[in-house]
Design a protein around this ligand. Structure first.
Ligand code: USQ
Length: 422
């Protein structure tokens, strides 16, 4: 199959390209490199050193003897988008090229607007370009479990049956997102569903949980590493907890820490996306996959991280800064996820093993973490400033102004990156 990956330079896009190449697919990508730029803007960088894209392509050529096609450009440019689809005629398109950070979207009005304009425009351009230039391609669109929020009932995969005033219907499950970013994905979902209906496009909307990890089995050489963000804006919960432990900073489950989300190892996300690509939706079909492995509360993740840290001679503390977000801190959470297992999805490794592997890599690249230690702890407040004092003002100890010395860590055990036996 020929697969176009939008956002191929990103955390998921790059390992997905390698995974699909190793499975014998042809891969072509596009990217505007805005994530590299925006991470620099918040004063951070990837903990793992990543090559500029042309050198990534060269490394793939040298190590895997394979070629990745590439178009530098932006989905906000419709002619560019249509041109790429007309030229490449992909069988599948995995659409990852969106602003992906909830905290970024909450910084101020400009970041909120940029997030929604970019995400909605890019997706609409892609849908129109498919209609005009690749109507038989299958779109695998990256959405988020956060579209559903945390309702007090089980969460189905996209649709559910309702009975109202004596009549029954199957309808999209109500969305209740928790950031301007998450709402952009809700609106995207509506657009993808509508385009499927009116133009007969094949589409899969992936409600993905929070991903964690530094590697996948396809990242066999340091030149093939993917990025790993750990700062307040671009890093996600578990990845940040492990970076905090390596840096001797407190691990920060916000508030009560009962916030539960679906989590997924990076390699399991690759497996899931590949399964979606290899089992395309039918023409006119709009499918929704809830894509995660297990639900955990951030407290559970903090405790597991602290436990595994001991194996590396690290003794992180767990602190609970007030939650800068507006979200339930204790809640029922039971999303259903049956579609991917029905296609053969099986998780590759346990949570503890995954955490162990990340520790191994982050300790190896510890100097890069230390250099950006000041951007890790939370500072952006999501509430109105007059409704609650800013975290910065209340919790100086939770910030990284002078967090003290960085601890020494013991090197990872030899088997830290071995996958769990089947
Ligand atoms: N959290 C903490 N402490 C931290 C960081 C986060 O307790 O230091 C908590 C947050 O308050 C939240 C949970 O962890 O309750 C998840 O936050 P996150 O930053 O890991 O993830 P989130 O902002 O929800 O977004 C991430 C990705 C996004 C993806 C989403 C999937 O950035 O692209 O769509 O995870 S989901 O969370 O299922 O919506």
């Amino acid at each position: 199959m020929k697969v176009l990956i939008t956002g191929i330079d990103g955390y998921s896009g790059w390992p997905l390209a390698l995974h699909l190449l190793n499975r014998g697919h042809d891969v072509v990508g596009l990217d505007n490199f805005v994530t590299r730029k925006r991470v620099r803007e918040v004063g951070s960088w990837s903990a793992t050193p990543i090559l500029p894209f042309p050198r990534r392509q060269a490394a793939v050529h040298e190590i895997l003897r394979k070629t990745i096609g590439f178009h530098k450009g932006d989905l906000s440019d419709y002619e560019f988008t249509r041109g790429v689809l007309a030229r490449e005629k992909p069988d599948a398109i995995v659409h990852l090229a969106e602003q992906r950070s909830a905290p970024y979207s909450m910084i101020d009005v400009h970041h909120a607007v940029a997030t929604q304009v970019e995400n909605l425009t890019g997706t609409l351009h892609l849908l129109y370009a498919m209609k005009e230039a690749a109507p038989d391609a299958h779109l695998v669109k990256m959405g988020t479990m956060g579209e559903y929020g945390t309702p007090d009932v089980d969460i189905p995969e996209g649709f559910f049956e309702v009975e109202f005033r004596g009549r029954k219907a199957t309808l999209p499950f109500p969305r209740s997102a928790g950031s301007w970013y998450h709402w952009s994905k809700v609106f995207d979902s509506g657009d993808v569903y509508f385009a499927s209906r009116i133009w007969g496009l094949r589409t899969t909307d992936v409600m993905q949980g929070v991903i964690y990890g530094t590697r996948t089995p396809d990242l066999t050489d340091d030149r093939l590493l993917t990025r790993f963000d750990f700062d307040e804006t671009w890093g996600t919960a578990l990845n940040r907890f492990i970076a905090q432990s390596v840096l001797g900073l407190p691990i920060t489950p916000y508030g009560k820490g009962g916030q539960s989300r679906g989590f997924l190892a990076l390699e399991d996300s690759m497996q899931s996306l590949r399964l979606a690509v290899e089992h395309p939706a039918e023409p006119g079909q709009y499918r929704v996959f809830n894509q995660f492995d297990q639900a955990y509360s951030v407290n559970q993740l903090a405790e597991t991280t602290a436990k595994v840290a001991e194996e590396f001679g690290l003794h992180p503390t767990i602190e609970h800064p007030p939650d800068p977000r507006v979200e339930a801190e204790q809640h029922y959470y039971h999303p259903i996820h049956e579609h991917l297992p029905a296609l053969g999805y099986r998780p590759m490794r346990s949570l503890e093993d995954g955490i162990r592997q990340i520790f191994g890599d982050l300790i190896r690249f510890r100097k890069r973490l230390v250099a950006k230690r000041h951007v890790v702890q939370p500072t952006v407040e999501w509430r109105r400033p007059d409704s609650r004092p800013l975290l910065a003002a209340r919790e100086p100890s939770a910030r990284a102004a002078d967090p003290g010395p960085v601890p020494e860590a013991t090197p990872p055990p030899a088997d830290a990156s071995e996958p769990r036996p089947a």
